[in-house]
Design a binder for this molecule. Structure first.
Ligand SMILES: *Cc1c(COP(=O)(O)O)cnc(C)c1O
Length: 421
């Protein structure tokens, strides 16, 4: 079977909307276009009924009740509402918050902002696999701690945190526990009751739903979590998040959550096998490769791998018809290695040589065969140009320690354009 190019292996950045999700959304643009807040006519009632069905669907996928779901514009907003909302609401109890160094920027930047306004943060350092343990969290708790915010699974390396243990700990100490579950939702089982989660962020476009819609789970009993309002306005979402609801988006999120949770086990198994197959092929055909993230406690669709003696950006340019992400972000002045890889102790050199493959619902075996073959060929070609690789091979050692830093200059204009600069 021929493959269609380009191949999409960047599903942790966003996913294609599932056609079944799109189909569920379509009636809510032109036919049932009502405002879900219009209480006195059928247009509004129909929109409201669709929103409430979606609320049930999202709640069911989390083991929550519908009243605990607040719709937002995406996980960035959910993270902001959870963290700022809890911090402001409970500031009289204390002003200390625990998080970790490998969180998404939506969490980290929100925490930085709170630091500027008088809160104290602890940024826990994960181990070399990217895991923060419940013991680490326990040790960081003080009598001022009001909130623990730790992602369920990391977007760059796929490492899964011991969320249930941390939730139990938070519960025992009476501290609110928020988790950014954007990557974990519909990929691994999540249950807010069993895991002691008080606040949980998720997003439509990471689970084959539309962009620009997400949700925040807010616990209603034992304990009832209250949040300071972040978006003032018409009092939508029970006063928790004002603004006219994106009805088609919300319907899409509900459908995506329903399909995603129903198919999670089978999809996880299939993608895990494909991912492992890709990993084995790369490890078998290439030397000096290192997998980043936890070997087993990892999202089944994610493979973050470093090719020593190769610049990830150059590799991406060589395999332009395979859409992946690299472990570098070139700011105007310098090529910055990923802060996540840095935080788990990956050297700058190996971080620059890293590529994230994230597989998804529409990934096929043929695409993985194509990707493996072309990436292997490209890495070999790039290494042929590397005197350092020659030396390392002759010496037979690992040779990583001698790698020079990679400067940003000399990168082709094309590279800059491809990154959207
Ligand atoms: C994508 C992502 C976000 C941001 O979600 P948006 O809906 O795009 O705002 C937050 N956290 C994690 C872990 C993500 O992967």
């Amino acid at each position: 079977m021929a493959v269609n190019l380009p191949i999409y292996l960047d599903n942790n950045a966003t996913t294609r909307t599932d056609p079944r999700v799109l189909e569920a959304m379509l009636p809510y643009f032109c036919e049932d276009f009502g405002n879900a807040a219009s209480r006195n006519h059928p247009f509004g009632w129909r929109a409201e009924a669709a929103v409430e069905k979606a609320r049930e669907q999202v709640a069911l996928a989390l083991g929550a009740s519908a009243k605990e779901i607040v719709f937002t514009s995406g996980a960035t907003e959910s993270d902001n509402l959870a963290i700022k909302g809890a911090a402001e609401m409970y500031k009289d109890k204390g002003r200390h918050i625990i998080t970790c160094a490998t969180e998404h920027k939506a969490v980290l930047d929100t925490c930085k902002y709170l630091e500027e306004t008088g809160y104290t943060m602890t940024y826990l350092k994960p181990d070399r696999f990217g895991v923060v343990s419940a013991e680490q969290v326990a040790q960081a708790i003080t009598d001022q701690t009001i909130l623990i915010t730790l992602m369920a699974a990391n977007n760059e390396i796929g490492t899964i945190h011991p969320i249930a243990q941390i939730g139990q700990l938070a519960k025992a100490r009476g501290i609110i526990f928020h988790t950014d579950a954007t990557q974990a939702f519909c990929k691994i089982p999540l249950n807010v009751e069993q895991m002691g989660i008080d606040l949980l962020s998720l997003s439509g476009h990471k689970i084959y739903g539309p962009k620009g819609v997400g949700a925040l789970y807010v616990r209603r009993r034992s304990p009832r979590v209250r949040l300071a309002i972040q978006m003032h306005g018409g009092g939508h979402e029970n006063g928790r998040r004002s603004g006219t609801l994106n009805v088609p988006g919300v319907v899409g999120l509900g459908a995506a959550a329903q399909i995603g949770s129903a198919e999670m086990d089978a999809e996880g198994r299939r993608l895990g096998q494909l991912r492992d197959y890709l990993q084995r092929a790369l490890e078998k055909e290439l030397d000096h490769v290192v997998v980043n993230g936890h070997p087993t406690s990892r999202l089944p669709n994610t493979l973050n791998i470093s090719f020593a003696y190769v610049e990830g950006e150059s590799l991406m340019m060589k395999v332009k018809d395979i859409a992946v992400s690299s472990g570098s972000a070139c700011t105007s002045a310098s090529l910055e290695p990923s802060f996540v890889l840095k935080a788990i102790g990956v050297s700058d050199e190996l971080a620059h040589g890293s590529i994230r493959f994230s597989l998804g619902r529409f990934t096929t075996q043929e695409e993985i065969d194509y990707a493996a073959e072309h990436v292997i060929r490209a890495v070999r070609q790039l290494r042929e140009l590397s005197p350092l690789y020659e030396t390392a091979r002759e010496q037979g050692g690992n040779g990583e320690a001698n790698l020079p830093p990679l400067p940003c200059k000399g990168r082709s204009e094309e590279t800059e354009r491809a990154k959207g600069f």
